[in-house]
Design a protein around this ligand. Structure first.
Ligand code: AMP
Ligand code: DBH
Length: 531
């Protein structure tokens, strides 16, 4: 059985004929730049104290050295890896090193915990795990020992070991570059999920390379681009829209902040003349607040991208007057389709829409519940197909049946309407997901977890409005015991190893849950009751 669904041949041929797929491996992003502009600064890693700089040549040398090391350890093309690292230069060195020898990584988010890692381990059975002792899960050896016990062929390294190896002055011979098939999967991206089980998104060299190339075209990036990384490095937004890979492709400079707070970011923007950055809406609110006192520090910043969750138009309206920076809205998904407002869009469009598809070969169909297309300006479900939208989750035939229509359009679960100019406005979502300030929570996943508690008879996880995060989660529980408390519920989830951001913000107990006519839990009614 094939573990992933490839692009159909006629579509691959079309994308190649258009010159959109150029049959280049993702590693060329870095190595082309190292050849053309070796001395240019690729990364200023200000997550380290003191900050560390790497030229394109230095970065490429580190990648080669690490690729050689991984090869010596017996890693080979088509092996898989799970990597979980905090933001920093090492994330990119490892990413390119693995790609160079044809190993397929999945980059777990740093705030993922035991539950998530267990799932990725189970799905991929990787040859390699790279972890960080800075993560609470790895502060004792308990979890690592368990991984080593359960996966005896898996090699495990922590970030410090690899960093130390890179700083040693050792000789190495270049790793044999894997012959990379550009149509093949390069790595797995993570889905926010909505069906109860985390799913992996295969991204090919050709499709991802194109998404980065088209992104830098839309954003007009060049070697003068100095982009501040504030979001998790593994996030599709900050990796490819245009993100860090966009910086490398354009030959610009990536400045890495340790977190998105104004306290960390504003001094870096000033010191390193940062001119672009990307934020999720809650971080933008903090920036707007801090700029009341420190706007002068942002003088170099020209564009600020906001995406990952819906930006309230009232907040959008404040960006340009209060920060003196042009806003770009970005509505994307790790599965593919990315929409950008264009730099020269009129003000209404920049403030009120989430952008339009970046490629003229993106096909967008907005449909009603029966799959019929709705008219311009009418709300419907966003479905899409195109040169960088995946064709199937890894090893998930039944989920794939649900997620795609018969023509291969991916059903995103977002409710949108399209303006006459082709821009999309996100008005809600149909999928069972909570978007907690850009962090996606699969409602079913947490409901299943809660149902495994002996005292929980039934549960619904719903979103509630929140001034800072946009949405928070609320678990509504029918309990079998009068003694069950919110504290006990939270503790239970923590012990299960659920990531902190997925722990319900609110917990309420009820005698019974309302049902719809077909007997499903009526979340709409529950949401109204929680207002
Ligand atoms: P993920 O599956 O984790 O990659 O998350 C993608 C989802 O995030 C989209 O399908 C949307 O629901 C949501 N999203 C991303 N960007 C925006 C945005 N600018 N406005 C509203 N929702 C967004
Ligand atoms: O939320 C996302 O997943 C997202 C947002 C903006 C994304 O994947 C992207 C841009 O590429």
């Amino acid at each position: 059985m094939s573990t992933h669904t490839a692009f159909p041949a006629e579509f691959a041929a079309k994308y190649k004929a258009a010159g959109y797929w150029q049959d280049k491996p993702l590693t060329d992003i870095l190595f082309d730049q190292a050849a053309a502009n070796p001395e240019q600064i690729a990364i200023i890693d200000a997550s380290q104290v003191p900050a560390q700089q790497f030229s394109y040549l230095q970065l490429a040398e580190q990648v080669d050295k690490l690729a050689a090391f991984f090869s010596q350890q017996g890693l080979q093309a088509q092996d898989t890896a799970i990597v979980q690292l905090p933001n920093g230069q090492l994330f990119y060195t490892i990413y390119f090193a693995l790609l160079k020898i044809g190993v397929l990584p999945v980059n777990a988010l740093f705030n993922h915990n035991k539950k998530e890692l267990d799932n990725y381990l189970e799905q991929l059975k990787p040859k390699l795990v790279i972890y960080s002792n800075a993560h609470k899960l790895f502060q004792t050896t308990e979890y690592l020992d368990q991984v080593k016990q359960n996966y005896q062929d898996t090699i495990c390294f922590n970030d410090q070991e690899l960093q130390q190896y890179l700083t040693q002055d050792s000789e190495f011979s270049l790793a044999k570059k894997a012959v990379l098939n550009p149509d093949a999967v390069a790595f797995y991206q993570l889905s926010g999920g909505s069906t109860g089980t985390p799913k992996l998104i295969p991204r090919t060299h050709n499709d991802y390379f194109y998404s980065v190339r088209q992104s830098i075209e839309v954003c007009q990036w060049s070697s003068a681009t100095r982009y501040l990384l504030t979001l998790p490095a593994a996030h599709n937004f900050s990796l490819s829209s245009p993100g860090a890979l966009g910086v490398f492709m354009a030959g610009g400079t990536l400045v890495i902040a340790s977190d998105p707070s104004p306290t960390s970011c504003f001094p870096l923007i000033e010191k390193y003349q940062v001119n672009w950055t990307a934020l999720v809406p809650p971080a933008l609110l903090l920036w707007l607040d801090a700029a009341k006192r420190q706007r002068n520090k942002l003088a170099n910043l020209q564009y600020i991208q906001v995406g990952g969750a819906k930006l309230n138009p009232n907040v959008a309206e404040r960006v340009e007057p209060e920060l003196g920076i042009t806003l770009q809205q970005v509505f994307g998904m790790a599965e593919g389709l990315v929409n950008y407002t264009r730099l020269d869009d009129d003000e209404w469009t920049r403030l009120n829409t989430q952008g339009k598809p970046m490629s003229d070969l993106d096909e967008v169909k907005i449909v009603d519940v029966n799959g019929a297309e709705v008219g311009t300006g009418e709300v419907g479900l966003l479905t899409t197909r195109g040169p960088y939208t995946f064709r199937g989750y890894y090893n998930a035939p039944s989920a794939n049946q649900q997620a795609f229509d018969q023509d291969g359009f991916y059903c995103s679960g977002d409710l949108v309407k399209q303006t006459a100019s082709g821009h999309l406005i996100v008005v809600g979502r149909e999928k069972e997901q909570i978007n907690r300030g850009g962090e996606k929570i699969d409602a079913q996943e947490i409901e299943n977890e809660l149902l495994s508690h002996p005292d929980v008879q039934n549960v619904a996880l719903i979103s509630i409005d929140d001034a800072l995060l946009g949405e928070k989660s609320c678990a509504i529980i029918v309990s079998r015991s009068d003694l069950l408390t919110p504290v006990a519920i939270r503790k239970y989830l923590r012990v299960q190893g659920v990531a902190d951001y997925k722990i319900p913000d609110q917990i309420k107990f009820v005698d019974e849950l309302p049902l719809t006519a077909v007997g499903k839990i009526d979340k709409r009614t529950l949401r109204l009751r929680c207002l």
